[in-house]
Design a protein around this ligand. Structure first.
Ligand code: SAM
Length: 288
């Protein structure tokens, strides 16, 4: 797992940073600490993301000039939409019941079959679109060695915070999981990612296309979707698949909404379908 980043130089408040894409409403973000003792950590987050630092203890429900706040409370970093009727916070908590629950879910089994768990040990998976690390957690729990890449800076910050917090919990299950995970903030196609043990499988879970009628977005995830739509790096999932298919891996697996077309309209070798999602498997060679 990568190490937490340090550095606590003071950050002066700046004008809100707006992430904007043509035709879609911008997302204005800020950072705040829950209390003054966490302010140095919040300042470091603000500096890394070039976001304004708000007064410690700012209540997101009463903040009107920004759309969302990254709130730091000790080890816990969460993204909270502002306003009174905001949905719950978004955070990466590998120890959460929901994360552990995925172990028993059908999701686990389908994803495991799609990447080829059991065909090679250890199976090395490059999760090129790590997001909040939920699928990577399932893969690591299934025994895979997982390299996680996330290029959206705010999401990468949430993921790094989640990994750091998990490492501090002293939970043997989490420790085993973390020993199989390695995180690279940045684009999965960056050459430094590929000095890692060679991947057997590349896994892609690109953000479902905006307004895709098959991709219902949960309320708390809608903010992340907006963030990604407004990211300076626009959706290039088709190109990411083209790149993945040229890598020396045995298979490329793409998660899709159940009734969506295959990504880039490239026909997979086969698909493994669940109720809401399907995994399109492009087999390039045998895994064993
Ligand atoms: C739908 S989310 C993935 C969710 C993830 N599977 C999970 O379980 O939490 C897609 C993510 O892929 C990231 N992404 C897209 N293209 C990328 C690339 N080339 N390199 C790294 N991250 C990328 C986006 O920033 C976004 O956070």
């Amino acid at each position: 797992m990568s190490q937490p980043r340090a550095g606590h130089a003071p950050v002066r408040p700046r004008a809100p940073v707006i992430r904007r894409a043509a035709g879609s409403r911008a997302v204005a973000l800020g950072v705040c600490a829950s209390e003054p003792s966490h302010e140095a950590g919040a300042a470091a987050v603000a500096r890394r993301l070039a976001l304004p630092l708000l007064t410690s203890g700012t209540d997101p429900r009463h903040c009107t000039r920004l759309d969302a706040l990254l709130c730091l409370d000790g080890d816990d970093l969460s993204l909270r939409q502002t306003g009174r009727r905001a949905p719950g916070p978004v955070r990466v908590d590998f120890g959460a019941a929901a994360m552990r629950h995925r172990r028993a879910g059908g999701h686990n089994e389908l994803l495991g079959r799609a990447v080829g768990v059991g065909k090679k040990t250890p199976l090395v998976v490059l999760d090129a679109t790590a997001g909040l690390g939920r699928d990577a957690c399932v893969l690591a729990d299934l025994g895979c060695r997982v390299t996680l890449c996330e290029r959206e800076p705010v999401i990468a910050e949430l993921l790094q915070a989640g990994l750091t917090a998990a490492a501090r919990r002293g939970d043997p299950w989490l420790d085993a999981l973390l020993s199989r995970m390695r995180f690279y903030p940045g684009d999965a196609r960056s050459p430094r990612v590929h000095s890692d043990p060679a991947a057997d499988v590349i896994y892609l879970d690109p953000m479902f296309e905006p307004r895709d009628k098959y991709a219902a977005v949960k309320k708390d995830m809608a903010l992340l979707q907006r963030l990604l739509e407004n990211s300076p790096v626009q959706s290039d999932a088709g190109q990411l698949l083209d790149w993945a298919l040229q890598q020396p891996v045995a298979r490329v697996v793409v998660k899709r909404p159940i009734r969506a077309l295959s990504l880039g309209e490239r026909t997979p070798s086969h698909s493994i379908a669940g109720r809401a999602v399907r995994y399109d498997v492009h087999v390039l060679r045998s895994l064993n």
